[in-house]
Design a protein around this ligand. Structure first.
Ligand SMILES: NC(=O)c1ccc[n+]([C@@H]2O[C@H](COP(=O)([O-])OP(=O)(O)OC[C@H]3O[C@@H](n4cnc5c(N)ncnc54)[C@H](O)[C@@H]3O)[C@@H](O)[C@H]2O)c1
Length: 413
């Protein structure tokens, strides 16, 4: 049986046709979410047969969800029936929304957006799921750039609630508003942010990894002890075990991209510790060793924390306190996003809770610790480690504790 979209044309099904370009991990997950939310969805992929394979995989995923009782059998069948494929961008039907989720390559994405812009209506939202490229750059030179935005889903899209709705320099407010409404109707939580390196989550999270790597390299404690300290503060996983799960190469690539796009800001400088892991092929769980070594049943070996050291370090001087040092940097990063006008304090906190699984939003956390305390801790660190990494954000130099505590921070303008 063919799944071609052309067979479905001629009708205007509510709530609007959605196309997904790129039927890989993210594209198929997004297609599943849209189909379950009631949209007709068309998948297209450059590799022959890939879109059709994705549709078949998604139908069996939906079937399995129904077998487990997570969704009704009717819902699974209906959502599966709403999935179709198109041969290429030229045969895509007219859509309410097109989401691009192909390889992370600016030139490839720009070609796709140019082709989409030439064929889709001027009010069709054209969205990129890019993690690291500038939405402004993707939209450059393309007709009606007001319809181009970022829709950054997290992996896996059916399970992760957060979607960063990213505005490039020329994105229209209507497109951003419509996209927020749409993803909310899909059961997701949208946060709005400007197109900046790493958007909210991938930027604010940098010091979570970086501080832990530095502390191990400085010999403050071993990895298991630092991970245990952070778990003790409420994080689901410690930073070092988390990078082993993500993949040291993937985590380093994201960090390096943010660093390069911020003119090599010392706040994001990759650590020699992680570069060395990657150079040695110690990429984490997928290679059987990373920060930790893993046995045949995928359990970390020699990963017992020194509980006495956790007790001794947490609450001690900030340089050697894994929790205080990490939180000071997270709060600093989160406030910097707000002060630069890139997102609201509320959206930054929501993004970190839902996108990075933090137990609380960093700004809320900072309010509780006290922004004056955070500032003093950063000043202490900046004296020990000059070079700009620990410079306190301007937000901490303004008289913000009262503002933050009572009304929340507001971006300027
Ligand atoms: N994997 C993640 O955790 C994650 C999370 C958020 C965002 N992203 C972003 O989502 C995008 C896709 O990532 P992924 O992990 O799904 O990649 P993937 O490699 O699983 O899938 C990419 C798909 O795009 C197809 N493709 C490549 N060039 C194409 C073209 N010119 N036209 C049509 N299809 C083309 C490939 O055949 C492949 O099926 C990237 O921009 C990535 O940065 C990834």
């Amino acid at each position: 049986m063919s799944d071609h979209a052309s067979e479905q044309s001629g009708t205007t099904p509510a709530p609007g046709m959605v196309a997904v370009v790129g039927a890989g991990a993210m594209g198929s997950g997004i297609a599943q979410v849209a189909a379950q939310a009631g949209h007709e969805v068309v998948l297209v992929d450059a590799r022959d047969g890939a879109a059709q394979e994705a549709v078949e995989r998604l139908r069996s995923t939906l079937g399995r969800l129904a077998d487990k009782g997570r969704i009704g059998a009717d819902e699974a069948a209906a959502a599966g029936g709403r999935l179709g494929v198109a041969e290429d961008l030229r045969t895509l039907p007219s859509c309410r929304l097109v989401i691009e989720a192909v390889v992370e390559d600016l030139e490839v994405k720009r070609e796709i957006f140019a082709a989409l812009a030439a064929r889709q209506d001027a009010d069709t939202i054209l969205a990129s799921n890019t993690s690291s490229l500038s939405i402004t750059a993707i939209a450059e030179g393309i007709a009606h750039p007001d319809r181009i935005i970022g829709l950054h889903f997290f992996n896996p899209p059916p399970l992760m609630r957060l979607v960063e709705v990213v505005r490039g320099a020329r994105s229209g407010t209507d497109s951003v508003d419509d996209a927020c409404e749409l993803v909310r109707a899909w059961g997701k939580t949208p946060v709005r942010c400007a197109s900046t390196p790493g958007f909210i989550v991938n930027r604010v999270a940098r010091p979570f990894y970086g501080e832990a790597q530095r502390m191990v390299a400085e010999g403050i404690a071993d990895a298991a002890t630092i991970d245990a300290a952070l778990r003790g503060a409420g994080f689901r996983m410690g930073p070092l075990e988390l990078t082993d799960l993500i993949g040291q190469d993937v985590n380093l690539a994201v960090g390096t991209s943010v660093w390069e796009q911020t003119d090599h800001d010392a706040r994001y400088e990759p650590t020699a510790y992680q570069q060395d892991l990657v150079a040695r092929g110690a990429l984490g769980r997928k290679t059987g060793h990373g920060v930790y070594r893993y046995d045949e049943s995928d359990q970390a070996v020699d990963a017992s924390p020194d509980e006495a050291a956790v007790e001794r370090l947490v609450g001690g001087p900030v340089r050697t306190d894994p929790v205080a040092r990490t939180l000071a940097m997270l709060v600093n990063e989160a406030l910097a996003v707000v002060v630069r006008g890139e997102a609201t304090a509320e959206d930054v906190d929501t993004a970190m809770r839902l996108g990075a699984n933090y137990p609380r939003g960093p700004i809320e956390w900072g309010r509780e610790i006290g922004f004056d305390v955070i500032k003093a801790q950063l000043e202490e660190l900046a004296e020990i480690y000059p070079g700009g990494r620990y410079r306190p954000s301007k937000a901490l130099s303004q008289d913000l504790p009262g503002v933050g505590a009572s009304t929340g921070l507001r971006p300027p303008g």
